[in-house]
Design a protein around this ligand. Structure first.
Ligand code: IMP
Length: 433
């Protein structure tokens, strides 16, 4: 039995999808435990990857875990998620098409639903403009959950109850925002009918997912927990308020899937060889000039730094070891997966932040508040770059000396071994150490 968690060590978009897809080759279950349609990953399924389809095809998923694309791997959308039913119905169909049969996809009765009024509320509350959220209604759906008025996936199994709760929530919003046209256009009865109809597509998968996972672990099966977003976007441990509304850290496995982190054998921290962030909030090592542009790319390549979900250009900068040491502490990473090392090829000098300077003081700990972090200036060490194309490297020995030194510097500073290095977009462009 192995239970593995794949956790973002930065501000999301670290390349967790690639790692999860690789690890799921040996997994029986792939589980999402936090977030919703704010996440996104593109998976290319084709010959040689165990698919039932004949030619490679590209799939974009926002809800379904990457591992579920493997025919032997069941997918779970656990209770910590917020699920948009129309998107789920669509992704369920896509998965069915990819697998060439009915998917084994289980959805927690306890997961909350994102309903069409949630993105409207998000805009009305200003979260979209102030925090630069993904505008998918994530925050308002979690607000309803915490306020104990949310609709859950399990409510879909009880149409009358579902209709009644939906009506109550719409009425509440109409009273809060009188005269709002978008909200006034919502017809709760018709909306409930429509949602109940699309939910028929995935209804058979609605169940107690925590129990399924406990039974799988007891049988000795391998379970892969796929974190969405990253540690610095965690609602508690991220750069609040510039965070998402769920637990993107390893603790999310406990509260979001009902499996104690004590059962995890491996906690893999996924990081890029540099840093990116989408949306507002402090980012000490951000490079707004030429280096930032160089790291971002032009968008011509799908691997360039533009969001999978929203297409927004990502803010880019140097690697931040202060933030990474913090992420390693919070998550107790057993190993690191270092992604996109190839992007650094050709840069003469590579900077890494080893500490911050804040109001004349040198600090080595990640500050708990966004305001202080916003005043921090990075203290850099510079390492020599390399010019050789490393995309063809498949072993540690094949990497140029300076690339090896860069990796060793990171693992020593973070105190966690780098077990995997990604040198390109495809699954083969990977070095296992
Ligand atoms: P929300 O999750 O849509 O509420 O957005 C809150 C913050 O998290 C914003 O800064 C988003 O850009 C960021 N965010 C949410 N999901 C992702 C993701 O999957 N990758 C990177 N950033 C994300």
């Amino acid at each position: 039995m192995t239970a593995i968690a794949v956790i973002g060590a930065q501000w999301g978009d670290e390349g967790k999808g690639k790692i999860a897809h690789l690890l799921a080759q040996d997994a029986d279950w792939a589980v999402r435990f936090n977030g919703g349609t704010n996440a996104g990953h593109t998976v290319v399924v084709g010959e040689g990857q165990g698919s039932q389809t004949d030619s490679p095809s590209e799939f974009k998923f926002h809800l379904i875990p990457s591992g579920a694309l493997h025919p032997h791997c069941a997918g779970v959308l656990a209770n910590g998620m917020v699920i948009e039913p129309f998107s789920l119905a669509q992704e369920y169909e896509q998965l069915k098409q990819a697998l060439g049969r009915e998917p084994r996809l289980y959805i927690s009765e306890r997961a909350h639903l994102i309903l069409p009024y949630h993105p409207i509320v998000e805009r009305l509350e200003g979260a979209k403009s102030e925090l630069d959220t993904t505008a998918r209604g994530i925050g308002p759906a979690y607000q309803d959950k915490v306020a104990r008025r949310g609709l859950r996936v399990g409510d879909l199994l009880h149409p009358e109850r579902f209709c009644e709760k939906l009506k109550r929530n719409v009425e509440r919003l109409l009273a809060l925002y009188p005269g709002n046209d978008e909200l006034a256009r919502i017809r709760p009865d018709a909306l409930a009918d429509e949602i109940l109809r699309v939910a028929e597509g995935f209804r058979s998968g609605i169940t107690h997912t925590a129990e399924l996972l406990h039974e799988a672990l007891d049988r000795g099966e391998t379970v892969l927990f796929e974190g969405a977003q990253g540690t610095l976007l965690d609602i508690d441990f991220g750069t609040y308020p510039y965070v998402t509304s769920s637990h993107a850290t390893v603790g999310g496995v406990g509260v979001g899937a009902g499996v104690s982190p004590r059962r995890l054998d491996r906690v893999i921290g996924v990081l890029k060889a540099y840093t990116t962030r989408v949306g507002a909030g402090p980012f000490p090592t951000e490079e707004t000039g030429k280096i930032g542009e160089r790291l971002r790319g032009t968008g011509a390549n799908p691997w360039d730094e533009f969001g999978t979900t929203t297409g927004r250009p990502r803010r880019c900068g140097w690697l931040d070891l202060v933030a990474l040491r913090y992420a390693a502490r919070i998550n107790d990473f057993t190993e690191l997966a270092l992604m996109k090392l190839d992007v650094l090829t050709g840069l003469k000098e590579l900077k890494v932040a080893v500490a911050y300077r804040c109001e004349g003081e040198t600090i080595e700990r990640f500050p708990p508040d966004a305001e202080t972090l916003g005043r921090c200036e990075p203290i850099y060490e510079a390492l020599p770059g390399w010019s050789e194309d490393i995309r063809g490297c498949r072993t540690w020995r094949e990497l140029p000396g300076n690339a090896q030194e860069y990796v060793k510097f990171v693992e020593q500073a973070v105190g966690v071994p780098v077990a995997l290095i990604s040198v390109g977009r495809s699954f083969e462009e990977t070095i296992w150490r």
